[in-house]
Design a protein. Structure first.
Length: 132
């Protein structure tokens, strides 16, 4: 698997070692229905990006978030059997697995990539995930 181009691997490793504690959160609009302003205020280190479906998130986009100084990436999608697009959550899960495989190849821990599958996150559930 190759996502390198323009020193991608070197930048990714350097940013991982800096340990900035910033988190990029990609989320399906159908899985997350709560007041994002409250969450953004409480967790300023988290940056959110909304999608019409988690299945459209690309592996390269996940890795580019890590290259751009984010320490962790979290993908929030609908639970299995609850995806409005039928397999969007499974596609997102596959993208996380592809990204983890690449991280393994360049000796970066894969636990910095997480996917959570649930329908309609509650505020306290998301806060717990962001604290962990």
């Amino acid at each position: 698997m190759s996502y390198q181009g323009n020193n991608f691997e070197r930048n990714l490793k350097n940013n991982f070692e800096m340990n900035e504690k910033r988190m990029k959160i990609f989320f399906c609009k159908n899985a997350l229905s709560l007041d994002l302003d409250y969450i953004k205020e409480k967790f300023p280190q988290a940056e959110f990006k909304e999608y019409s479906c988690g299945g459209v998130i690309e592996t390269k986009e996940i890795l580019e978030a890590l290259e751009k100084d984010f320490e962790k990436v979290l993908i929030l999608v609908c639970s299995k059997g609850n995806c409005e697009n039928k397999i969007g959550n499974l596609k997102a899960e596959k993208k996380i697995l592809e990204a983890r495989k690449y991280l393994e190849e360049i000796d970066i821990p894969t636990d910095i990539l997480t996917i959570e599958m649930i329908k309609d996150f509650k505020k306290d559930e998301l806060e717990k995930i962001l604290r962990d």
